[in-house]
Design a protein. Structure first.
Length: 192
């Protein structure tokens, strides 16, 4: 089982090659020297069960009926958190640029959800998922993420927000890159 230490989790990210160094463009459009490729961590099923089980442990105090996650990065996290909590898991996926509920998934009026995601910088996909829950008459009990890389600028989702690790990772606007990044080609390794 994962120890309750951010250092242990960070070591797991490095051990699995899931913490990348270089010049990256994040889904938010910000640039960074580091990128968390959670898929490389979560491909190891026992690690996924342990890490997401630890996240579920932090979320257990929030009464919820189900778990929802934004696709693509949050699907494994949501599935494992849901399994650990003994709750069903659904996901929102991209359609014409935004997230939607598809595949026959439903949200009942007053049904309480935990939103589970892998990494949050600005929280755009999480907010879209919250908006979907609320638009269908559901409620959001809490948001849980593996990595909060908002660097002290945590998004306000209007509910409790928990993470396993909070990282102070520098991010930069495209027109304000430091010289070392400006001179290095950027890659966009995350989901589209």
């Amino acid at each position: 089982m994962l120890a309750n230490s951010g250092d242990d989790l960070l070591a797991l990210f490095r051990q699995t090659g899931a913490l990348l160094d270089g010049h990256f463009v994040l889904r938010s459009g910000l640039h960074s020297r580091q990128f968390f490729q959670c898929a490389l961590l979560l491909q190891h099923t026992q690690i996924a069960a342990d890490v997401c089980g630890s996240l579920a442990g932090k979320l257990r105090q929030y009464q919820a009926d189900a778990v929802i996650s934004p696709a693509l990065g949050g699907i494994i996290v949501g599935q494992e958190v849901g399994r650990s909590l003994g709750k069903r898991h659904i996901f929102a996926e991209k359609d014409a640029g935004g997230l939607v509920l598809r595949r026959g998934f439903t949200i009942g009026k007053g049904e309480r959800f935990v939103v589970a995601e892998d990494v949050v910088t600005r929280g755009g996909r999480v907010q879209e998922t919250i908006d979907i829950v609320r638009a269908h008459g559901g409620e959001v009990a809490a948001v849980g993420v593996i990595v909060d890389r908002s660097s002290g600028n945590r998004p306000d989702f209007g509910c409790p927000f928990v993470s396993l690790i909070a990282m102070n990772v520098e991010t930069f606007e495209a027109d304000k890159l430091p010289p070392d990044l400006a001179g290095t080609p950027a890659i966009k390794p995350g989901s589209k």
